[in-house]
Structure formats: structure tokens, C-alpha cells
Ligand binder design. Structure first.
Ligand code: FDA
Length: 394
């Protein structure tokens, strides 16, 4: 049996960050992954340019049953620390809306950077390795049986990620290990994911596929996001939908403001005063794509001149524009989701070290636990911060 101080299961964002951190502390580190490539999600992230963090990261950007859990790790390894690492490796990057940071060239640079850090820290990585069993022996060491070797280690870090994108090797393995050691796993569902139409909605709205408009969307719990809304063949997508999907439960309505930041009633009144004989169709087509206007409102209403609209019609129009309420069929699920909501209950873990309170030596890092971030680089920041926290203690 080969012994290592630390074995990390999962060579993704959190696992690699953890490996380099533990390695620099002088720990003998081995990373095991069943994939043929390390950091596959990093490679496809951010449209191939990896939105690796955000300029402004706050605990409020994360969803976790225990709101305080993320504070310690995020405060000890900040986005500025990761930016400094990226700069030290000479990776050029740029900022997009809402403080999102992307590589100028390719997400590959982030994977290369992490692998280089692991190499410099002396951490070994073994890919294409199937883990068949993990146990804790009478001496308190973990034994990891794989299809190739039998290992033992003092500290075991589970960094196997969530369930999103099974095509990329996502698996529930981390949850199984947590349960095997008696830890609670909170129910999971797809997050940062497009919504799908009911069949009757599909018939009506499918022709709008490809249209994008600015929007503010509000979930049932009052959470709001203002970004682009995109109509697709299957339903609704775009940044604002992905964001709100993290706060949505099946059957709940969402409310869409199609003229965000505008006083809709005043806008209608101004249009009425400026050109009273103008048709509602023409007025609305100056504010929204014509195809959307035709699908949202009745032909007979659109044909009316603005000065023919009675007060109740103007009021209904304002409501339809500022709080268009939709009950969507569901989401596209893990197939296209960027993250998994839920996972290992953080009440089971130390927020400083990510170690299981009831199982000394067993650590978790990254998305496998019940921490999910907003769209905008927050999920990677959690992988970096939690990976460092575990790597400093494992
Ligand atoms: P990650 O999934 O990265 O790694 C888990 C590793 O464990 C994988 O290498 C996997 O092969 C391995 N593994 C799983 N089961 C195993 C088993 N049984 N045995 C051995 N190994 C096993 N976030 C962000 O902040 N900015 C962005 O731009 C994007 N973009 C984005 C695009 C897409 C398409 C997706 C799907 C996701 C994103 N994300 C993102 C989210 C981000 O990718 C995600 O939160 C992190 O990769 C999570 O890092 P982890 O290390 O926890 O898991």
C-alpha cells in the first residue's frame, strides 16, 4: 500500500487549488481523478475564456443553507489573491459587466497555471483512475482502493464537484462518500440553468427564439436580477434567467419587467401626449422588438390609437410590461446547468478548514458542498477559496 499525507479526489478547480496549497506546506499530495483530463469544466467555462472570478465577491453572492458558512474561506482567500496568482503567471484578462473577469485568450491558461502550481508544490496527479472503495482503518488512516493501486492517507479531500453536465464526468460520488461517513447531504437540483416552456407556451413563444431584451426578473422570494433575457426554442435563457433559476422552485411564477428602470406609466402618458393618434403597435415597437410585441398583445389592442385606450387598458398594458408573470414548465436540468444547488450540508463542516466535524481527516472542497454562487465568476471563487481552506488544513 502506498502512503501519502493527503489524497484529493477530483482534479477540478477546487481539487487542484487544494493540492497546490497543501503541497506548498510540505505535504505529500496525490490527486486522483477518473477523467482523462484535469479541469475539464474550467476548459469549457465562460465560453472557453473562463470567468475565473469577480472583482467584487460578497457572501451575499452565494446560496447556502447556512448564510455565514462562506464568510471565513472567502475572507481568507479573496478574489484579489486569485487575480494576483493569474497576474504572476502572466495571464492577460479583461473585465466585463458586473466585475466579471475573463481570460483574454483561453481558459486553458487557467488549467495550465493550476497544473504548474501543483508541479511546483510537488503534488502528483493521477488521471483515469477509478476509485472502488474508501474506508477508514483502525489507525485512523483512510484507505483508497483504485483500479490501479491501494493507497492510504492521513487526510482525504473530496473535491468531486456537483451533478451539472454529466457528459463532462459529473458524478454523485462525493455525496456517496459523505453519506458513507454519516454526513447529511441536502437534496440537489440544477442551478444557473435555462427554463423550459409548457407545450401551450411553446406554441406561442417559440417563434421569438433568438430575441434578447433587457429585463429585470423577480422570483417569488423577492430576489431580483437585471440583465439580458433570451428567448430560445425550448424556453427562456440569458444571464437574468440563469441567475433567477437559483432562486426558483418548481411551480413558482416569475415576474418579468420588460422595460427595466423606466416609469412605464409615465412613458405611456408621454407617448400619448406626443402622438395621440399613433397606434399602440407603433408605440410599443419603439420600445421592444416588433415580433415580441405581436406575440404579447392582442391584434385588436395593438390596432388601437393611443388616445382610444381607456384607463383600464393603459393600466393593464403597464402591468403587462412591468410585471409579465409566467409559470414556466421547468428547467433544462443538469444537462445544461452550470451548477448544482444543495449538496453536503455545511453544518457538518468547519467553515475554517472544510473538515467534517464528526470525521477527523475528511475534508471537502468546491461545489460538492451546499454552496452555489451567482453567475459571474463566483462559483470558481468558491472553488479557489474552499480549496485553499482545505489545503491549509489537510
Ligand atoms: P469540478 O466539476 O470542477 O471538478 C470535479 C472533478 O472531480 C472533475 O475533474 C471530475 O472528473 C472529478 N470526479 C467526479 N467524480 C469522480 C469520481 N467518482 N472519481 C474520481 N474523480 C471524480 N463558474 C464560474 O465561476 N465561472 C464560469 O465561467 C463558469 N462557467 C461554467 C460553464 C459551464 C458549462 C459549467 C458546467 C460550469 C461553469 N461554472 C463556472 C461552474 C464551475 O465550473 C464549477 O462551479 C467549478 O468547476 C466547481 O469546481 P469543483 O472543483 O468543485 O468541481
Amino acid at each position: 500500500m502506498k502512503h501519502h499525507d493527503v489524497i484529493i479526489i477530483g482534479a477540478g478547480a477546487a481539487g487542484l487549488m487544494c493540492a497546490a496549497t497543501a503541497g506548498y506546506r510540505g505535504r505529500d499530495v496525490l490527486v486522483l481523478d477518473n477523467a482523462k483530463q484535469a479541469g475539464r469544466k474550467i476548459l469549457i467555462s465562460g465560453g472557453g475564456r473562463c470567468n475565473f472570478t469577480n472583482q467584487k465577491v460578497e457572501p451575499a453572492n452565494f446560496i447556502c443553507s447556512n448564510h455565514h458558512f462562506v464568510k471565513s474561506a472567502l475572507a481568507r482567500y479573496r478574489s484579489s489573491d486569485f487575480i494576483e496568482l493569474v497576474e504572476r503567471h502572466g495571464i492577460e484578462y479583461h473585465e466585463r459587466d458586473h466585475g466579471q473577469l475573463f481570460c483574454n485568450d483561453s481558459a486553458k491558461e487557467i488549467v495550465t497555471m493550476l497544473l504548474t502550481e501543483c508541479e511546483w508544490a510537488g503534488a502528483q496527479i493521477k488521471l483515469r483512475t477509478e476509485i472502488s472503495e474508501i474506508t477508514k482503518n483502525s489507525e485512523g488512516l483512510f484507505e483508497v482502493l483504485t483500479d490501479k493501486e491501494h493507497y492510504s492517507c492521513q487526510s482525504l479531500v473530496i473535491a468531486t464537484g456537483g451533478l451539472s453536465m454529466p457528459k463532462l464526468g459529473a458524478s454523485p460520488y462525493g455525496y456517496h462518500i459523505a453519506e458513507q461517513f454519516g454526513l447529511k447531504v441536502l437534496s440537489t437540483h440544477a442551478g444557473l440553468v435555462p427554463f423550459t416552456w409548457h407545450s401551450e407556451q411553446k406554441q406561442r413563444f417559440e417563434p421569438l427564439s433568438g430575441i434578447a431584451v433587457p429585463s429585470t426578473i423577480t422570483a417569488k422570494d423577492g430576489t431580483q436580477f437585471s440583465e439580458a433575457l433570451l428567448f430560445t426554442h425550448r424556453g427562456l435563457s440569458g444571464p437574468t434567467i440563469l441567475q433567477i433559476s437559483n432562486y426558483w422552485n418548481p411551480g413558482e411564477a416569475i415576474s418579468i419587467n420588460l422595460l427595466p428602470g423606466e416609469d412605464v406609466r409615465a412613458k405611456i402618458q408621454q407617448a400619448l401626449e406626443a402622438s395621440p393618434k399613433q397606434s399602440l403597435r407603433n408605440a410599443l415597437s419603439q420600445w421592444l422588438p416588433k415580433r415580441l410585441v405581436e406575440v404579447l398583445f392582442d391584434e385588436s389592442l395593438l390596432n388601437k390609437a393611443l388616445n382610444q385606450l381607456v384607463h383600464a387598458e393603459r393600466e393593464q398594458l403597464a402591468l403587462d410590461l412591468e410585471s409579465w408573470t409566467l409559470v414556466m414548465n421547468g428547467t433544462e436540468g443538469y444537462r445544461t446547468a452550470e451548477v448544482t444547488l444543495g449538496g453536503i450540508d455545511t453544518d457538518e463542516l468547519s467553515s475554517k478548514t472544510m473538515e467534517a466535524k464528526s470525521v477527523p481527516g475528511l475534508f471537502f472542497a468546491g461545489e460538492v458542498m451546499d454552496v452555489s454562487g451567482w453567475l459571474g465568476g463566483f462559483n470558481f471563487q468558491w472553488a479557489w477559496s474552499s480549496g485553499v481552506a482545505a489545503g491549509q488544513a489537510a
